[in-house]
Design a protein around this ligand. Structure first.
Ligand code: PRP
Ligand code: MG
Length: 163
């Protein structure tokens, strides 16, 4: 699928992500998990933060790739796990179309699946999420960004006038 389908951006800072993951942990703290399965790579960061909050030390991965930046390609599963997920917490950063989630659900049907962010098409595939965003919104994660100089507004406007 093409990158053109994204009309809006939702930029998440490290600070915001940390607060959101902690808020998600409040909904999970009463449960007992054998361990966490992180869906790489995006799930690794929330998984590490959740592991710290819930004091989980056993962490495994499902390694899967679907996107090249905003372009969705075929699913490439590089590593699975040798159980059905019973008693495990399954973590990804977000669910978008649900293609990745659908595949991982087949692999770990009994896991409790959470994401920090969810879009409507993928939302039914996860058990819990913290924040829902519109389907046409691209979530810009902090690990994909850097700090850059921004021109003063007046200069940006003048440049626009010259064009
Ligand atoms: O619901 P979907 O449409 O399948 O999209 C969601 C998936 O896409 C992203 O992973 P990506 O394939 O970009 O790999 P990454 O985690 O290594 O960035 C994201 O981390 C989810 O795993
Ligand atoms: Mg991913």
């Amino acid at each position: 699928m093409s990158a053109n389908r994204y009309q809006q951006h939702f930029t998440v800072s490290w600070d915001q992500l940390h607060r959101d993951v902690r808020a998600l942990c409040h909904q999970l703290v009463e449960r007992d998990f054998k361990g966490i399965v992180a869906i790489t790579r995006g799930g690794l960061i929330p998984a590490a933060l959740i592991a710290r909050e819930l004091n989980v030390r056993l962490i495994d991965t499902v390694c899967i790739k679907s996107y090249e930046h905003k372009e969705q390609g075929g699913l490439d599963v590089m590593k699975g796990v040798d159980h059905d997920g019973e008693g495990w917490l399954l973590v990804d950063d977000l669910v978008d179309t649900g293609k990745t989630a659908r595949k991982v659900r087949e692999m770990l049907p009994k896991a409790h699946f959470v994401t920090v962010y969810a879009k409507p098409e993928g939302r039914p595939l996860v058990d819990q999420c913290l924040t829902e965003v519109a389907q046409d919104c691209w979530i810009q994660f902090p690990w994909d960004m850097g700090i850059a100089y921004v021109q003063p507004l007046v200069e940006q406007v003048r440049k626009g006038d010259d064009a």
